[in-house]
Design a protein around this ligand. Structure first.
Ligand code: FMN
Length: 292
């Protein structure tokens, strides 16, 4: 199947021309719409053309009206309810010992399919871990990883090597944010504390092929959608930046999570039923805003 427009059913509303990000739809000399073959390769399968076409005359390879689209409801969330929903969100790190039904986890995963993407929607892979034994095993390995990280960052030679191999942003996060806590044993689990995965009943990991375009940004947006979807289902969630580096550096963890060798973990989310209910939210100081 290829990308086509059915001119017999097309009502020439020209909306496909207006909405296609790459202007793949054009009009020829006789005012007929056509897909410019020279631009077809730019199609990122965003589905805008199919979603706007009243007569369903457009077919984009890999997308079908029956499987990938559904009619939008007229009603939408109002602005106050939305702000209130955001204000109610907290990073939840204390969970009830209660399993999350699979249909709820599936709903959360489904919500991520509405996220915008800069690369390709197929780039990202999601691993959902609920297996307690695997979570326990990986937690011990993560704890060891952060103990080792302290040793590496305190040794001038390995510290220099790390600095050379990571971005300045990552190096600063490691030295100013993670190291001070790791040094004090915050991530060490021998005393029974879990300050990494917080005894969450489920952990979602977003990963992608190391070379896949834009996958880092896409994964962060995807995890944000999952976090908000979790909240809408009565769950609590926290984005956990500590898990991906341990997965990427310790093969045993990667294998236990069954993440393909060629992939890198980008972001993770812990999920569960919140143990406590907050009485108030925090309204942070406004960010520096420059109106121009
Ligand atoms: C990129 C990113 C990474 C984070 N990593 C962790 C983490 O490893 N462990 C953790 O407990 N919280 C983590 N958080 C959650 C933040 O610490 C949390 O958002 C912050 O404390 C503010 O609290 P709030 O989310 O309840 O407003 C992370 C958040 C983001 C956005």
């Amino acid at each position: 199947m290829e990308n086509t427009i059915n001119l017999e059913t097309c009502n020439q509303c020209l909306l496909c021309i207006a909405v296609c990000p790459y202007k793949i739809f054009e009009k020829d000399e006789s005012d007929q719409i056509f897909l410019n073959p020279e631009k077809i390769e730019f199609c990122m399968k965003c589905g805008h053309c199919m979603a706007i076409c009243k007569s369903k005359s457009i077919t984009i390879e890999g997308l079908s009206y029956d499987n990938n689209f559904y009619d939008l409801l007229e009603t939408n969330i109002d602005s106050d309810s939305f702000t209130n929903f955001l204000a109610n969100r907290r990073s939840i790190r204390n969970f009830k010992d209660k399993e999350i039904p699979k249909e709820i986890l599936n709903k959360i995963i489904d919500a991520t399919s509405y996220a915008p993407y800069g690369g390709s929607p197929e780039n990202l892979m999601i691993t959902m871990v609920q297996n307690k034994e695997i979570l326990e095993k990986t937690l011990t390995l993560m704890s060891n990883f952060y103990d080792n990280l302290v040793k590496w960052l305190k040794n001038p030679i390995s510290r220099y090597m790390i600095k050379r191999n990571v971005t300045q942003e990552t190096f600063n996060t490691l030295t100013h944010h993670i190291l001070p806590a790791a040094e004090k044993g915050h991530y060490n689990t021998t005393s029974g504390n879990d300050n990494i995965m917080r005894n969450a009943p489920a952990v979602l990991i977003i990963h992608a092929n190391k070379g896949a375009k834009e996958h880092t940004h896409d994964a962060i947006i995807c995890v944000t959608y999952a976090m908000l979807a979790a909240q809408s289902s009565g769950l609590g969630a926290t984005i956990i930046g500590l898990i991906p580096p341990a997965i990427n550096k310790v093969k045993e963890i990667k294998d236990l999570f069954q993440i393909p060798e060629e992939n890198e973990a980008v972001m993770s989310l812990i999920l569960g039923y919140p143990k406590y209910k907050y009485k108030r939210t925090i309204k942070r100081e406004k960010r520096k805003i420059n109106w121009i």
